[in-house]
Design a binder for this molecule. Structure first.
Ligand SMILES: [Zn+2]
Length: 1006
């Protein structure tokens, strides 16, 4: 084996250091495959003794034999369906060392798969080994003595996932070769892995996106020179890069499927492969770290990362490092599924696969020698698919070997973490949580229970009333016992966040508190007696009690801001329903504004639907004495840009889930005009294209897919369509030409649509577009440079409770998710923007901000705490999440402001010639930020809050006969803000009656 390799090295490439050479029994090598490895490698330094060859097998097909190309072949990519076929073939050829199965379907009906690899005796008894890990997961069922015995015989599961980010091509390719090598190779290192670790591999997490990405690559190979570059338009059905931010919300099938595997196998380590750094980053992050992760896990992050860095550095492979990327704060990533279940999650970021060869010339900030980067990337290197394969396959083999060698330590840590989680239930301070079942939005509460149960959090339901400290538990209330291993989910999701701006710029959201985002009442039990209350396990999905009570021909459905109300309306589109415009009492019940009134009700038709949807109907003899308007079913149009299909999908997900039908089309179609004849409502979510913006092409096309050159004459249409050759393209929308956006004609048509009585609903960056164009006289756009409000939860104040947009909300306040902008000034007493003298602009790490840095490195940024504003909408005197320990809030400021990314509205929309504001415009501010910055921050981060004082969060501008509804908050953010979904649904349901309850001479009118 060594001889053959040496000969190949002499043939043109430098040998890696002899370090780690192994005294393996001679194993026949696949010389053709090995020769290709060396042929395709672009730089001799990017290799190790682990991957510079491939052993031969008479039974197991190599990727070369199976696919006709080796892994790392320049200019070639493999569809997920072929990667899956290959994995299946490996398992078929080596049933004693590998097993293959499917783990679920994607939205588009494709399979997700899993390959398990271990030695013969382990594969034979896979279920037994799975059972051992399950036992170590649950100290309630496993004694200490049993655990100590098990952790000598159990084997850690190392679960490798890749391909969640579709243009990051290399991981899924590499995993084919890794699978082959783990099954076939007989070196001591691979034997050690096979004998001591169970390796699970899901090579492609985003299967739908992989097929589109590979099709797009080959489409460009064929047509880029003659037609033009086709960007990767869509990944999965809903989102692109954000598919890796679904770990908390868990809407996407891919997240649900990986979670099912996690709950079934209780993997010890979950390792997700990405491609966005030079050359290989092993995750630890810069901090701040999530405060609910067991501290042991932090040490495990570092041990694993430093192992990989050290082993690669020993072999003189440059550019393998840790620390300087990402933070470790928000638990919304896929790999955080491991952390919510007390295991270890980690990831790599590898220099892109290509697949076309290219050069890497990183800036000095990437190549400097730093403490976390002892052998930094080079100023110049030739890169290619094989470099990518070699570096990550080597590193992950070292990681697997490290875990194999230290398996008892990792298993013991895992056992310990589970024990510590359960012990919190006996030591407190939080012994559990109670979610009152009869709270206002009772079906939203039930859905929250179901969503968390699917993640493994166990629920009980109270069987009779009891008291636990100050909490009065009622029968039917949902209880999360604090003495369960997966209480970590509740700790992580239910707690408040306090992200000091003294930290490095946050990588993503800073606040995510689940009860706030869902606007639910969740009670923290600080009295241990909760655990002794009468309760029984929840064993199936729950639904809030619903259906019709009372008698009479009129049925009134309580409006509770439950999201299933919109389902109810559209499901019974042929039933005439009206909305009460004010609160009233009837049938012994108090109704708030927005109740659905159904005259001549068909009880047999309504009752089962209400029961299914967890909604309450009250029958009465006659219609209540309250003003109503018809809930007319609108024809909904839904606009997406072709340049940015990333963000709108979360809005679409909410509409799909709750059954709101719509017509989905691209921005260029707006210019066809005559919109009012086709639609009553047009939804235009975040990511809309400002007028005059460059059409940059879709995001994330991947290197070689669309990035460069070759676009010919501007008049050639670029289609996005399914063809016999490219079957994955053209979904979920298709077009003959992706070019162009709204354009002046489109803007005119859109404005005309509103003037003629249509309702336009905008959110996030799109809400800023018409104000920037001066088409909303009562609403202006501001971009305060001192505002720092990255993905945070702030207080929303309902200023016009009679607006249909807030029907169903029973309190004057709602927590809202806000991400840096847009800031909309709609009067309502808002003072002009205040700038803080001396506060620097831009994100804390941006160039040009160095002047504000204190001398020396701030190694204790979390010592500087922000003062959170208590969330206590029911005026109990106790802010949510602030018991039992009240943080000492010195409220010192870190001296750094600046906005993070994520708003995406940095390009101002230009006015359209010949399109001026309608003189009839009237402004109605429905929700706004508090006047006092000290009242704003509920969970997350905020600096420069004074620039938000009294600024609009939800504003309804009436223009001509119609309305523009602008949400500067994000009502449909990442399947996490269920508490504000109803505001978006209200805009749809009440589309032609948004003036209801308007005070004739309100101060907000102009
Ligand atoms: Zn990625």
């Amino acid at each position: 084996m060594k001889k053959a390799v040496v000969i190949l090295f002499l043939a043109g490439l430098a040998a890696p250091p002899a370090l780690g050479a192994q005294n393996a029994p001679a194993q026949r090598q696949d010389s053709a495959y090995t020769a290709k490895i060396h042929e395709y490698l672009q730089d001799p330094r990017i290799t190790t003794e682990l991957v510079d060859h491939l052993p031969a097998s008479s039974t197991v097909p190599t990727p070369l034999k199976f696919l006709g190309k080796i892994v790392g072949t320049p200019g070639e990519l493999t569809h997920a369906r072929d990667i899956h076929r290959y994995m299946e073939a490996v398992a078929k050829a080596a049933p004693n060392r590998a097993r293959f199965w499917t783990i679920g379907k994607t939205e588009e009906g494709r399979d997700m798969v899993l390959l398990a690899i271990a030695d013969e005796q382990t594969i034979k008894q896979l279920d037994r080994y799975k059972g051992m890990l399950n036992a170590l997961t649950d100290p309630r069922k496993t004694s200490e003595a049993d655990a100590q015995r098990i952790l000598h015989t159990a084997k850690p599961v190392y679960y490798i996932t890749s391909g969640i980010h579709s243009p990051e091509f290399g991981g899924p390719e590499m995993l084919m070769e890794l699978a082959y090598r783990l099954v076939v190779e007989e070196t001591p290192l691979v034997q050690n892995i096979r004998n001591n670790v169970i390796t699970l591999i899901t090579p492609v997490v985003e299967v739908d996106g992989r097929e589109k990405a590979v099709d797009t690559y080959y489409w460009n190979k064929k047509y880029r020179q003659t037609v033009g570059a086709l960007p990767l338009m869509y990944w999965g059905k809903y989102v692109q890069h954000d598919n890796n931010r679904d770990g908390m919300g868990q809407y996407l099938d891919l997240t649900k499927n990986i979670t099912k595997v996690t709950l079934d196998w209780t993997p010890t380590i979950l390792h997700d492969l990405h491609e966005a750094q030079t050359y290989l980053y092993a995750s630890t992050g810069t901090g701040p770290y999530n405060e609910q992760i067991d501290p042991i896990t932090i040490d495990e992050w570092w041990m694993l990362a430093k192992n990989d860095v050290m082993e690669m550095t020993k072999r003189a492979v440059p550019g393998v490092w840790t620390y300087g990327f990402y933070d470790g704060w928000v638990p919304n990533y896929l790999f955080f599924i491991a952390h919510t279940h007390n295991a270890v999650g980690r990831f790599y970021e590898v220099q892109s696969y290509g697949p076309d060869n290219y050069e890497v010339k990183p800036p000095a900030t990437t190549t400097s020698r730093e403490w976390f980067r002892p052998n930094p990337p080079l100023p110049y290197i030739k890169w290619g698919a094989r470099n990518n394969t070699n570096i990550q396959e080597s590193a992950i083999l070292f990681a697997l070997n490290h875990v194999a060698k230290n398996k008892e330590m990792y298993l013991e840590n895992y056992w310990l973490k589970n024990k510590r989680a359960v012990a919190k239930g006996t030591t407190g301070p939080i012994y559990g949580w109670v979610i009152p079942a009869s709270q206002h939005a009772k079906e939203n509460a039930a859905e929250a229970v179901n969503d968390l149960r699917r993640q493994g959090l166990e629920f009980d339901v109270a069987t009779s009333p009891f008291t636990a400290g100050k909490i009065q538990v009622k029968p039917g209330d949902y209880i999360v016992r604090g003495d369960q291993p997966y209480r970590t989910i509740a700790d992580m999701y239910f707690s408040l966040q306090n992200f000091s701006p003294a930290n490095p710029a946050p990588y993503d959201d800073t606040g995510w508190t689940f009860p706030l985002m869902r606007n639910l009442t969740v009670l923290e039990a600080i009295d241990k007696s909760l655990l002794n209350g009468p309760m029984k396990k929840v064993t199936a999905d729950v639904t809030a009690p619903g259906g019709i009570t009372g008698t009479g021909n009129v049925v009134v459905v309580d409006n509770t801001s439950d999201n299933t109300l919109v389902t109810f309306r559209f499901k019974l589109a042929n039933v005439k329903m009206q909305a009460a415009e004010d609160e009233f009492d009837a049938a012994g019940h108090h109704f708030i504004a927005g109740a659905f009134v159904i005259a001549d009700a068909n009880r047999a038709q309504l009752d089962p639907v209400l029961k299914e949807l967890g909604l309450s109907g009250f029958a009465m003899a006659s219609a209540p004495a309250v003003k109503t308007h018809d809930l007319d079913i609108p024809r909904v149009g839904y606009v997406h840009s072709w340049t940015r299909t990333q963000d709108e999908g979360w809005v679409r997900a909410a509409l799909d889930h709750y059954g709101v039908p719509y017509t989905y089309f691209g921005e260029p179609k707006l210019k066809e005009g005559n919109l009012r004849a086709k639609y009553d409502v047009i939804i235009w979510p975040h990511g809309g294209t400002p007028n005059g913006a460059q059409n940059a092409g879709g995001s994330g096309g991947g290197r070689g897919a669309a990035a460069d050159s070759g676009r010919p004459a501007p008049n050639v249409a670029i289609p996005y369509k399914r063809t016999a050759e490219f079957t994955a393209l053209g979904y979920p929308d298709s077009t003959d030409d992706i070019r162009g956006a709204v354009g002046p004609e489109g803007y005119k048509a859109l404005y005309e649509f509103v003037q003629q009585g249509g309702t336009l609903i905008t959110e996030g960056s799109t809400a800023a577009i018409l104000p920037q164009m001066k088409l909303t006289p009562g609403v202006s756009f501001e971009d305060p440079p001192t505002l720092f409000a990255r993905g945070t939860i702030l207080r929303g104040m309902i200023t016009d409770r009679r607006s249909p947009l807030v029907y169903g909300y029973d309190r004057a306040e709602v927590p809202v998710y806000f991400n840096s902008g847009p800031v909309l000034n709609a009067g309502a007493g808002a003072p002009p923007p205040v700038e803080v003298a001396g506060a620097p602009a831009g994100p804390p790490n941006a160039p040009g901000r160095t002047a504000a840095r204190p001398q020396g490195q701030n190694t204790t940024p979390m010592a500087t705490q922000l003062k959170l504003s208590p969330w206590d909408p029911d005026h109990t005197g106790e802010g949510y999440g602030m018991l039992p320990t009240t943080a000492d809030s010195s409220a010192a400021r870190g001296g750094r402001g600046g906005g993070g990314g994520g708003f995406g509205g940095n390009q101002l929309s230009q006015p359209v010639a010949g399109l001026a504001a309608d003189a009839s415009a009237k402004t109605r501010v429905v929700m706004q930020f508090p006047a006092n910055p000290a009242d704003m921050l509920l969970s997350g981060t905020l600096e420069g809050g004074q620039t938000l004082a009294n600024r609009a969060q939800v504003v309804d501008e009436s223009i001509g006969q119609g309305h523009i509804v602008m949400f500067s908050i994000r009502p449909f953010w990442r399947w996490q803000t269920q508490g504000t979904f109803a505001m978006g649904f209200n805009a749809i349901l009440n589309w032609n009656d948004l003036d209801a309850g308007r005070v004739a001479k309100a101060t907000t009118d102009r």
